[in-house]
Design a protein around this ligand. Structure first.
Ligand code: SAM
Length: 215
């Protein structure tokens, strides 16, 4: 998601270091101190404008959340949602970083669950390494999750879903739950992302899986 260039985004982000953490390497191994509690930590890689992660944080105050996004022009919308929330969202932080560097920000088992929602499909085979379910990314996720940690993944893109089922299975992960049409019987706990709303309104099926690393 490349939102329109927003020259003011960097300034707004810099003026809220309590929400968009400027140097997350300094908090590696110390996220519980940052949140001031010992709640579980769930993160989303490729958070976009933050509808999912902000919604999850508000719905589940007993869990800490971190949304991770590459671009200022996109993550700034998540920041604005937090700033517009009258009570604030104390269990949420945002990182404007590349998910390929997650091991620089989190110790082994410091993250309890990883969400991937509507990740960029990178349909050309020569770009497969950029897909967030490529083996190289699974290795990074494994290094920050517990031995039996889980990835929860949603997408509208059938090609990416098929690729991810294979990549995740070949990595030796256990597929715990697979849906080929999440909205046919939408669970009450489902929180929609921006892309999910857009594609499901067009009648496209939403694919979802839960996969667990094996000890
Ligand atoms: N998750 C949101 C949703 O479902 O509406 C956004 C989906 S959008 C297609 C994918 C987002 O992932 C983009 O905002 C993109 O910038 C971000 N992204 C892609 N690769 C990333 C990476 N390596 N690290 C962090 N964010 C990434």
């Amino acid at each position: 998601m490349r939102a329109r260039y927003k020259p003011w985004a960097a300034d707004l982000i810099e003026s809220h270091p309590e929400i968009v953490i400027p140097d997350p390497t300094l908090l590696k191994g110390k996220w519980q101190q940052e949140f001031g509690n010992d709640q579980p930590l769930h993160i989303e890689a490729g958070t976009g404008k933050g509808r999912f992660i902000v919604g999850m944080a508000k719905a589940n105050p007993e869990i800490n959340y971190i949304g991770i996004e590459l671009f200022d022009s996109v993550i700034v919308t998540a920041l604005e949602s937090v700033l517009e929330s009258p009570e604030g969202v104390p269990n949420l932080r945002l990182l404007r970083v590349d998910a390929k560097n997650l091991a620089d920000y989190f110790e082994k088992a410091e993250v309890d669950r990883l969400y991937l929602n509507f990740s960029d499909p990178w349909p050309k085979t020569r770009h497969a390494k950029r897909r967030l379910t490529h083996e190289s990314f699974l290795k990074i996720y494994q290094s920050i999750l517990p031995a039996d940690g889980e990835i929860h993944f949603k997408t509208d893109n059938r090609g990416l879903f098929e690729y991810s089922l294979v990549s995740i299975s070949e990595y030796g992960m256990l597929l715990k739950d697979v849906s080929l049409d999440l909205h046919a019987n939408e669970p009450e706990w489902n929180i929609m992302t921006e892309y999910e709303e857009k594609f499901s309104k067009k009648g496209q099926p939403i694919y979802r899986m839960e996969a667990q690393f094996q000890e």
